[in-house]
Write a protein that binds this ligand. Structure first.
Ligand code: NDP
Ligand code: 2IT
Length: 444
């Protein structure tokens, strides 16, 4: 293997960052056939450069809770690669956040953003702050403190953050307000903004809708669709919510959702009325998914994930490594046809290998969940031209982008000898565009 030594170097240089190693290892493995055809990438040390963030910022985030107690969190922004555009990627607020997790996410973002066809580089950031159980005022003070440092590193042509786990419309509002106060500039420095102050219609829906569109394209290759299919979804946040809505609109029946406490199993399916309940529960009351099982009298599997359920399609939409080898085996034994990742790297490498070996249509996150950042790119575009497009227009563009990503990944997989393998296809198609830009721009 041409990349074996390099992988050893990455592990030695980034000790303990296991999610980062996992993400790099998968990409390097996929690139082997490209490196044989294009040795100039090796000569120009493109791989050594693409694995090393251009810049990483780590900073103190002190804030005061409602009782007057002072807390200190750690904030980060990884500005990973700007070869094809300004750094672009979400901010994650979750107690598990550390450097390795954000580097894995920033690294994935490089290839994902390239796949969208829009001019966006890769970045990611966040903090080890837990928004659960905090008042709005506490979240606001945290966000203001976070932005009091971040503002000097970002800008509409430099780095444009957005949401991720724990960051939705509320947090983007607080971040934006503080950025504007500190700089005295109203500019396109964040995406996922409110629609009455520069946000794009369909951005909240975009990741879940896009993941469903990508899955639809994979199903089409087998002359299948969502009609009458039983679908298991994990998570119950932004991505999961809109995946439920789109799958249901396309005729599928969603029977599970989850959060970190467990899974609800509703064999009758989550219809539009139940969906409204979830939207209020999660986005307004900020409650737990167990309340759904009490309200609609269905099972709650405490501390368990959805994957033991019999389903045709699985959409993991919660977090990394939430679907392992045993879960993959249960899904395959139960006849799963397609798995599309709404989350970033939710399937472990062993699970991915099993899916591919068993002929399951498998859409990796960097392709299947690219609709979110793609629509962020459309939000930036609307901000730059000073116009807002209708929901139909944005949804149409999102759909077309997902169709294109599917086609480009499928074509690259075929061209490089792994037909039907969207992991290989997405990694290669995403990489080549960035690597060529890096060659053009010299050793920087
Ligand atoms: P949200 O914060 O809205 O929702 C996250 C959901 O995942 C919640 O239900 C949460 O449960 C669950 N979850 C988070 N961490 C864990 C964990 N360690 N174990 C079990 N459950 C967990 O985030 P999003 O929906 O925005 O993000 C979900 C995934 O999609 C992430 O992987 C994110 O990186 C990815 N993604 C998001 C995009 C976006 O536009 N928002 C775009 C592309 C990818 P609980 O409330 O109990 O923590
Ligand atoms: O993982 C992701 O692609 C996101 N969290 C969305 C990033 C963005 O800039 O919209």
């Amino acid at each position: 293997m041409l990349t074996k030594d390099l992988m050893e170097q990455v592990i030695a240089k980034n000790p303990g960052e296991k999610e980062f190693h996992q993400a790099v290892s998968e990409v390097l493995e996929s690139l082997e056939p490209v490196l044989k055809k294009r040795p100039e990438y090796l000569e120009a040390k493109v791989l050594e450069r693409i694995d090393e963030p251009e810049r990483q910022v780590m900073f103190r985030v002190p804030w005061t809770d409602d009782k007057g107690v002072i807390h200190v969190n750690r904030g980060y922004r990884i500005e990973f690669n700007s070869a094809i555009g300004p750094y672009k990627g979400g901010l994650r607020l979750h107690p598990s956040v550390n450097l390795g997790i954000l580097k894995f996410l920033g690294f994935e973002q490089i290839f994902k953003n390239s796949l969208t066809g829009l001019p966006m580089g890769g970045g990611k950031g966040g903090a080890d702050f837990d928004p659960k159980g905090k008042s709005n005022a506490e979240v606001m003070r945290f966000c203001q403190s976070f932005m009091s440092e971040l503002y000097r590193h970002i800008g509409p042509n430099t780095d444009v953050p957005a949401g991720d786990i724990g960051v939705g419309g509320r947090e983007i509002g607080y971040f934006f307000g503080q950025y504007k106060k500190l700089t005295n500039r109203f500019e396109s420095v964040l995406t996922g903004k409110g629609i009455n102050w520069g946000g794009s219609l369909i951005r909240p829906q975009a990741t879940g809708f896009g993941c469903t569109y990508f899955c639809e394209e994979m199903l089409k290759t087998k002359k299948l669709d969502f009609k009458g299919k039983t679908v298991a979804i994990s998570g119950s946040g932004n991505v999961a919510q809109y995946a439920v809505q789109k799958v249901t609109q396309l005729g599928g029946k969603v029977v599970t959702l989850s959060d970190s406490d467990g899974t609800i199993y509703d064999p009758k399916g989550i219809d539009a009325k139940k969906w409204e309940f979830i939207m209020d529960l999660k986005n307004v009351k900020r409650g737990r998914i167990v309340d759904y099982s009490e309200k609609f009298k269905c099972d709650f599997w405490k501390g368990q994930r959805p994957w033991k359920v019999k389903c045709d399609i699985a959409l993991p939409c919660a977090t990394q490594n939430e679907l392992d080898k045993n879960d993959a085996k249960m899904l395959i034994d139960n006849g799963v046809i397609a798995v599309a990742e709404g989350a970033n790297m939710p399937s472990t490498p062993e699970a991915v290998e099993l899916f591919i070996k068993n002929g399951v249509l498998f859409g990796p996150g960097k392709a299947a969940n690219a609709g979110g950042v793609a629509t962020s790119g459309l939000e930036m575009c609307q901000n730059h031209i000073g116009l807002s497009w209708s929901a139909e227009e944005v949804d149409h563009q999102l759909h077309q982008i997902m169709v294109n990503i599917h086609k480009n990944a499928a074509d690259a997989a075929k061209k490089y000898g792994s037909p039907g393998n969207y992991v290989v296809g997405a990694n290669i198609a995403g990489f080549v565009k960035v690597a060529d830009a890096m060659l053009d721009q010299g050793v920087v």
